[in-house]
Every structure is written in C-alpha cells, then in structure tokens.
Design a protein around this ligand. Structure first.
Ligand SMILES: C[S@@+](CC[C@H](N)C(=O)[O-])C[C@H]1O[C@@H](n2cnc3c(N)ncnc32)[C@H](O)[C@@H]1O
Length: 373
C-alpha cells in the first residue's frame, strides 16, 4: 500500500458516507489505475477523475452505448427531458442569426454532444421555425473521445460534422451551444484539516482504492472550518482557449448546474458538490466502480466567467434556466404548444427540477449583435 500517513477521514467520510462496495479496484479500469499507482505513486483526485471519465477505452464517457445519459441510464439532462429544450435554444440562435444579417452559412459548434440528441432537436426545430435559417445551419460537434465520435458520426451522418478538437474548426461568425459539459471536467479536491489545507489524492489498499492527502495551498477562503471539503476549479482558461479561437464573432451558450464562488464556498456547505451517478442514484462512493459511474461537480461560474473575460469575451449575467428558457420561449409560448410540450417546458423551468439549479451563461465575442430576447 502506498500512503504517506494515515488519512484523517473526517470530512471525506462526511462527504461520502456510503458503504464501500469492496470491488472498487476490480473494474478493468480500476486494475489499470492500481498498476499506475504502484508504479508512479498516488494520483491527484483530478488525475483519477480524468481517467475515470476519459480513459480512451474504459472511461465512463468512452462507453460506446448511448444510454448513460437518458431516462434508462445513469442520469437525465435537459436534453433527455425531450425536444423542447432544443426547440427553445433554436429560438435563441435564430434571433442571433437574424440580428447578424441572416447569413446563408451559420456554423454552430457543440462541444460534448454526448449522443447527438440536442443537435437533432435544434436542427428539427430550426426547420419548423424558419427553413432559410435551417438551410444556413452548419452543425459541428467537437468530442475528444474516439468511441463517442464514432457513435455521433453513425447517428448524425450528414446532419453534422464531428471533429476531435475545436482546433479543427474555424468560422468568422457563428454560435456555440454546450449543455452539461463544464460539470464533467476533472476537478482537484481539497480538505481543510487542523494542519492546514490538504489536496486529496487516490492510492490503493490491499483490495480497493483509498484516499491519501498531501499538504496544499489552494488559495481557498480562510474562514472555512476543519473537515471542509471543496473542489478546486478546472483550468477553464486552457479549456476555453480553443473555443475562443473558433470564431471571430460569436454567441456562446454555456448551460450547467453550479453557483458563483461565494455560494459554492459558503462556510455552511461543508461537503463540496462532487457526486457520482449510477442508475439515477448519487449514493455511490467516488473510489468504487472506476469508469462505470459518472463523476461530476457543480460549476464555479465566477471562475469560468473570469477565464472568459481574460480571453476577451463579453460576459452577460448568468440566469437560472427557468428564467432563461422563459425568455427564449416567449414567441413559442404564444404559438399554443401541445400539452406534452408544455409538460416538458414545466420540467425544464420548475424550481425543484431543472429551473433553479441550472444556469445559462451567454458570452459574446467580436462585434456581433447579441439580440437577447
Ligand atoms: C455530461 S456529458 C454531456 C451531456 C450532453 N451535452 C447532454 O446535454 O445530454 C459531457 C460530455 O462532454 C464531453 N467533453 C469533455 N471534455 C470535452 C472537451 N474538452 N471538448 C468537448 N467535449 C468534451 C464528454 O466526452 C461528454 O460526452
């Protein structure tokens, strides 16, 4: 077993009080992680999370089946609620397109499109709304995982171009749409202890993965109590840079669950926001079933906004999803949607469902006309 000293479990146990399965290191990916730790030493939690989600063959998002995000899978997103989410975003994009001269070619870039459902919903809604707009759309998806790219190419065929990286994409004017991508970026974990802040690492015991700690200076507020667990932020600037280079003028829509830094790092919120999803339950331990469950953390919107400003974006106030979609859907609501569509709309905007926890952040770049509804 590789460990510097026994880990005081207070804080980590409060955050993840779930019984361990004992089979944590027995997935194929678990065995690979264990071998890597034996050879090179413990992994930081962010490195562990990156392997769990993005190992090219065994990572959670590399799984070829499309059902991880669905009503029958591990969790649902606004996209899996039904096509109304795409319908409302198509309305928003249509306004931006019109206000920027209704160009005959209008590229859309979607990172992390998962199984392509949002792309199909937006394209179908555009066709119903305005065939000229629909004809102008050039849908591009950027997805780093090869297995997922193959799945997307098979499902979308000639409806969208799938690229491995936004570096392969360049356009003078267009838009980016991203739903629940930022919450899937690996985060470091930090624990406040009587000896000061420690970064959380992952090591292995005789038959399963275990926590390890190392002194750290994460620059977190100093009013947080001992046992407080907090996620650090991903390197948003590095993540956003290639998307910033993709367009000269653009509207970006980033939609995700999260809060500003003050809300996320409130002294009363002692257990952080990292969660695992498996079969619609979030009561799994992060060190169990590596590669077979989702790992996700709330987005620190303050940190993301500050990265966007550094890259030259204009940052508009984030709205909760309920307010945002209601703005986007004003004309749609007057067109007498069906009871089924209204039910989806209610789920998307209801404060106890997707309406409050999710936020939509618009960024603009270049001298385009934003045209917020
Ligand atoms: C939670 S899923 C997205 C869910 C989907 N957008 C939806 O609304 O149903 C996160 C996706 O982001 C992708 N992803 C992660 N890092 C990325 C990056 N740098 N660029 C593009 N996609 C990325 C993952 O491969 C995964 O498919």
């Amino acid at each position: 077993m590789i460990s510097r000293k026994p880990v005081d479990p207070t804080g980590l146990q409060q955050a993840f009080p779930y019984p361990r399965s004992g089979s944590g290191a027995t997935t194929d990916l678990g065995r690979i992680i264990r071998a890597e730790i034996s050879e090179s030493g413990p992994l930081s939690f962010a490195e562990y999370m990156a392997r769990c989600l993005y190992h090219p063959e065994m990572g959670y998002y590399a799984r070829a089946e499309s059902t991880t995000v669905s009503k029958n899978g591990d969790f649902v997103t606004s996209v899996s609620v039904g096509p109304v989410f795409g319908t409302l975003l198509a309305r928003r994009l249509h306004r931006f397109w019109q206000s920027n001269g209704s160009p005959t070619s209008f590229p859309l870039l979607e990172p992390g499109a998962h199984d392509g459902s949002l792309a199909l919903d937006i394209l179908a809604a555009a066709e119903t709304l305005d065939p000229t707009f629909a004809r102008s759309l050039r849908y591009h998806i950027s997805e780093p995982l090869p297995a997922r790219r193959t799945l997307l190419e098979n499902r979308l065929r000639d409806r969208a171009t799938v690229v491995a990286s936004p570096d392969e994409f360049r356009a003078p004017l267009g838009a980016l749409v991203a739903n629940e991508v930022l919450d899937a970026l690996p985060v470091p974990l930090f624990l406040s202890t009587p000896e000061g802040w420690q970064e959380v690492f992952v090591t292995h015991g005789p038959d399963r993965l275990e926590w390890d700690l190392r002194p750290a200076d994460p620059g977190l507020p100093d009013n947080l109590p001992d046992g407080y667990l907090a996620e650090g932020t991903p390197d948003f600037e590095a993540f956003l840079t290639p998307f910033a280079r993709a367009f000269d003028r653009a509207l970006h829509l980033w939609i995700d669950y999260g809060l500003d830094a003050e809300g996320l790092l409130h002294p009363a919120r002692t257990v952080g926001t990292l969660r695992c999803y498996r079969n619609h339950r979030s009561n799994a331990h992060p060190l169990d079933h590596p590669g077979e469950q989702d790992l996700t953390a709330d987005v620190n919107f303050s940190a993301f906004e500050s990265a966007a400003r550094k890259l030259g974006f204009e940052v508009h106030p984030a709205l909760n999803q309920g307010r945002y979609l209601t703005h986007c859907g004003r004309s749609w609501l007057l067109e007498q949607p069906s009871p089924r569509e209204i039910a989806q709309f209610q789920t998307l905007i209801h404060p106890t469902q997707f309406g409050n926890r999710f936020h939509a952040l618009e960024l603009t770049q270049g001298a385009g006309e934003r045209a917020f509804p």
